[in-house]
Ligand binder design. Sequence first.
Ligand code: ADP
Ligand code: MG
Length: 367
Amino acid sequence: MSSGTTKIELVLNALRTVQDPDLKKDLVTLGMIRDLQVHSSGQATFRVVLTTPACPVKDLLKSQAAAAAMTVPGIESVEVTMDAEVKNRLSTTAKGLPGVQHIIAVSSGKGGVGKSTVSVNLATSLALDGARVGLLDADIYGPNIPTMMGVTENPKLTVHPEKGEVFIPPTSHGVKVMSMGFLTQGDQPVIWRGPMLHNILNQFCTRVEWGDLDYLIIDLPPGTGDVQLSLAQMLPLTGTVLVTTPQEISLQDVRKAFNMWDKVKVPVLGVVENMSFFKGDDGKIYRIFGEGGGDLLSKKFSTRLLAQMPLLPAIREGGDSGRPIVVQDLNHDAAHEFRKLAREVAREVAILNASSEASTLEIGAFH
Ligand SMILES: Nc1ncnc2c1ncn2[C@@H]1O[C@H](COP(=O)(O)OP(=O)(O)O)[C@@H](O)[C@H]1O
Ligand SMILES: [Mg+2]
């Protein structure tokens, strides 16, 4: 055995002391260490392949991995490259859109709570972290994603050898965007119902050439009616992010939404409480719509309160101008909050995925 091999083993052993805090296993066991080399100069180089580019503990893991490798005698320097591969090991892939790893629905019990605002900032934040992201505006009654994403071109129609005519979605802020808004004329209200609606939704889901995506975010129509159920059953959803405001009325609607998701067996990844508070010029916090609703709700339904977003003119302006606040003003507190939210969502998806993988392995062990 050459001394190089031994060193590689020593570095690997050292890396076994670094745990992924969410997946509760070490980086080597998780198969995250790749291309490990120890050069004659005493430099160790390797890649850490995370389960999502939007990993909230990316920087921490990078420094811990580097520090662990440095403890090995003879290692003079360490170069760590952070990378990610988003995979879907859930059963949802079976009937999935090919090439799309995770479909995440943004839903709400009622309209006007900021569902579209959360969708655009979530999608854009994931893209800013390096993920491949699509955003499907399935809110057929109020398709305003194109405006909020500042999309000016229409999708291109092209002929796919197997699927026939398909739409190529335009890209904005690094996100592929598809919306019913592209297919309707100006201010005409959408009045499709029943089978026609189902048909349109189906086309919408299957006739878009998304290519390879890590995450497809869907802005669902508000409420808990047929359209939501159709969509939830038609699409292999990994989970949903529920948006609410703190008022009781909206919470009652969210309770209904929880029940609906439970019925169709789609996991709720967590709750976003939007318009939680307003910070005055005096720095004082005003809880305009009441307090603690999201917190209560997440406890009652044993899910996480992922974020509490302030009521803020800059958030609305970001939507109106087609430049979400996370691109408009990267240093704004609210932009940080949205970036954090996106990482929390990615974390929940990664945990869900890992737990499913673990149960598959356990089942496999019996055969
Ligand atoms: N946190 C917020 N602060 C300020 N305005 C917001 C916030 N969230 C949403 N809005 C604004 O409220 C309106 C409704 O939000 P929208 O995202 O369209 O809701 P929904 O999709 O649930 O109907 C929009 O004009 C949006 O810009
Ligand atoms: Mg909306």
